[in-house]
Design a protein around this ligand. Structure first.
Ligand code: ZN
Ligand code: ZN
Length: 345
């Protein structure tokens, strides 16, 4: 089968690789339909690592996928051959303290698709996954929206982690990539106060306006605090940082009101932020980190079934042969790209 592997920094090659086979009774053989290119894949492509997770070449990336069930192990009951499925890329052990505490996303023995040292990714014609990671889709979803379930679960979970009644809350979102837009789309399914989006790229701000955000700002053009304060003098209750940028964290602390909460979703390239502790202490800002998602796959599927316009973020479709180019486009923010998809079949 065809498989796409990272063979060095900035280099993806198509190789021929043996087709995976069922090993365990709960295994499912899946023919990949569509794979989304994620910001985390791009970190591995451009830097060869995220924090302490370092790629050993060659390595297949990709964790956002939909596929067709081809064959199932004897114990599989949730899905059957012919089903279009969304795949949760995370395989937890089910027995460690984290799993037992209902936190499979921080499982001590977690193996994640396309994560160095854990599992080869889904940029391949076929993969095998345990059945609990496979979610059969109704005809309200397709192979594109199915592959967008994974980023949408991050948005869903990020909103859930705020653990606040959002009805009157004023909210900021920094960074309007697929994750920032996912957060926005999830928030738009609820009643909230005004939503303010901060993003330097014009076409991404336009997308957020199409998705009905209340205000957009280019934080490189205007002062985030001044422009937010003109509209919301008491400032914001909640900010989602979805860009991974230090400048956004600085601005986020400025636009939050005392007692506000900063939700850190974006992945900083350098693995460290500097916080203005004087400001953060005086305002008594709470910080919530988000590690991928927990129990949000079915919720994300239901949101799409109920009309959440997740495909709005898709700007590009590529063939598997064009994967190298797709990664260049995404990593350089070329051609108005927001979400690029690789279509296998
Ligand atoms: Zn992702
Ligand atoms: Zn575990």
């Amino acid at each position: 089968m065809k498989k796409l592997v990272l063979t060095g920094i900035g280099r993806i090659e198509m190789i021929d690789s043996p087709k995976p086979e069922l090993k365990n009774p709960d295994d499912v053989l899946i023919r990949i339909k569509t794979v989304g290119v994620c910001g985390s894949d791009v970190h591995y492509f451009t830097e060869g690592k995220i924090g302490s997770q370092v790629v050993e070449f060659p390595f297949a990336l990709g964790h956002e996928c939909s596929g067709m069930v081809i064959q199932t192990g004897i114990a599989v009951t949730r899905v059957k051959p012919g089903d279009l499925v969304a795949i949760d890329p995370s395989i937890h052990c089910g027995t460690c303290d984290q799993c037992l505490a209902g936190r499979p996303h921080t499982c001590r023995n977690n193996r994640f698709l396309g994560c160095p040292g854990q599992l080869e990714g889904c940029l391949a014609e076929y993969i095998v996954m345990p059945e609990f990671t496979c979610f059969a889709l109704t005809d309200k979803l397709n192979q594109t929206s199915g592959a967008l379930i994974e980023p949408l679960t991050i948005g869903t979970y990020s909103v859930e982690r705020t653990q606040t009644d959002l009805r009157t809350k004023t909210i900021g979102i920094f960074g309007l990539g697929p994750i920032g837009l996912s957060v926005l789309m999830v928030l738009k399914t609820m009643q909230t106060g005004n939503i303010f989006c901060y993003e330097p790229l014009d076409y991404r701000r336009e997308k957020a306006l199409k998705l009905d955000t209340d205000f957009v700002f280019n934080p490189f053009d205007v002062d985030a605090l001044d422009s937010t304060g003109k509209i919301e003098p008491l400032l914001l209750d909640l900010v989602f940082e979805c860009s991974g940028s230090q400048l956004a964290v600085d601005d986020a602390l400025n636009v939050l009101k005392p007692g506000g909460k900063l939700v850190l979703v974006g992945i900083p390239a350098e693995a460290r932020y500097i916080f203005n502790m004087d400001l953060m202490r005086r305002k008594e800002i709470a910080i919530q980190n988000v590690r991928r998602q927990n129990h949000c796959v079915e919720k994300a599927i239901a949101l799409i079934e109920n009309g959440l316009p997740v495909e709005q973020m898709v700007t590009h479709h590529f063939r598997p042969e064009e994967t190298q180019y797709a990664f260049v486009v995404v990593s350089n923010y070329q051609d108005g790209v927001i979400k690029a998809m690789i279509d296998f079949s």
